[in-house]
Design a protein around this ligand. Structure first.
Ligand code: SF4
Length: 279
């Protein structure tokens, strides 16, 4: 059964389909977090989505009626071309780009100044208000690097969001974390809190909540290996790509995986939304 042209735009406009299209830019990273969904690290396979593929997806997402783009990894700024690529993508649709914010030395800070005033937000991971607790799950010196990078980005006019990924957090600790992000120049509306999901490296550390397909919003996610139901789909465990949330190996034209996703969404049984707050 084919989906009529314009159906994607209508489904997005009606709220039946989330408007964001995600892309996995790469899978390698300079650190190895305990809960990493993709087992990313310095030795991980790169699985890079080429620059031309990312721009093609951005163009086609805009043409189909999607409303914004997400870029994730791995650590995306290990790709030297990323600042310019984000600017180019943002000329198609607004972009949120996820980063661990540990690579913002003078050179990269200078390059990302080009994002100031553009519809791009950098979403930076900061889990705890204390260095020891934060770094235990992420990497040595992670906290110090992140709290230096955030105000440096804000001063340059780059929009910053903060993502806190935790199994649980006490109210008093959360209060201190919120006070910290406000001091760093990030307002409350740009702070999200989400649970650890039991995929990837989190499984080996006995961390996280089990997230079924019904818990995950249907956000079209494009990787070099295919299109997935959600950015929580193309995860890696014990070196192997998970394919339980793979919807098609064909990623372009983007209309093909978009139509496949819409058919799956329309076939989804009605019921209460998940309360896991996974996004
Ligand atoms: S969670 Fe992010 S920063 Fe941490 S290892 Fe994975 S990709 Fe790198």
């Amino acid at each position: 059964m084919s989906v009529p042209s314009g159906a994607i735009a209508n489904a997005v406009a009606e709220g039946a389909l989330p408007g964001r299209v995600w892309m996995y830019a790469n899978y390698h990273c300079n650190i190895e977090c305990a809960y990493c969904l993709t087992e990313s690290g310095p030795r991980a396979a790169r699985r890079e989505l080429s620059t031309s593929a990312m721009l093609e997806v951005a163009d086609q997402a805009a043409q189909l009626g999607f409303t914004d783009l997400g870029v994730t990894g791995g650590e995306i700024f290990l790709r030297r071309e990323m600042p310019g690529l984000l600017v180019e993508m943002s000329q198609r649709l607004p972009v949120v780009a996820l980063t661990n914010a540990t690579l913002f030395g003078r050179r990269l800070l200078g390059e990302v100044e080009a994002l100031a005033g553009q519809p791009v937000a950098l979403q930076i991971s900061l889990d705890r208000p204390d260095p020891h607790a934060n770094d235990a799950m992420r990497a040595p010196e992670n906290f110090a690097k992140v709290i230096a990078a955030i105000p440096a980005l804000v001063e340059r006019g780059v929009r910053v969001r903060i993502a806190t990924t935790v199994e649980s957090i006490a109210d008093t600790e959360l209060d201190r974390l919120c006070a910290l992000h406000r001091r760093l120049g990030v307002p409350d509306e740009d702070h999200i809190i989400r649970p650890v999901v039991a995929r990837g490296r989190a499984i080996d550390h006995h961390l996280g909540v089990i997230a079924a397909q019904s818990d995950l919003p249907a956000e079209l996610t494009i990787t070099v290996d295919g299109a997935f139901w959600s950015p929580f789909g193309p995860t890696v465990h014990q070196g192997l790509l998970d394919t339980d949330l793979l919807i098609t190996r064909t990623t372009r034209p983007l209309s093909l995986p978009a139509q496949t996703l819409l058919r799956l969404v329309r076939g989804r049984p009605t019921g209460d939304d998940s309360t896991l707050n996974i996004r």
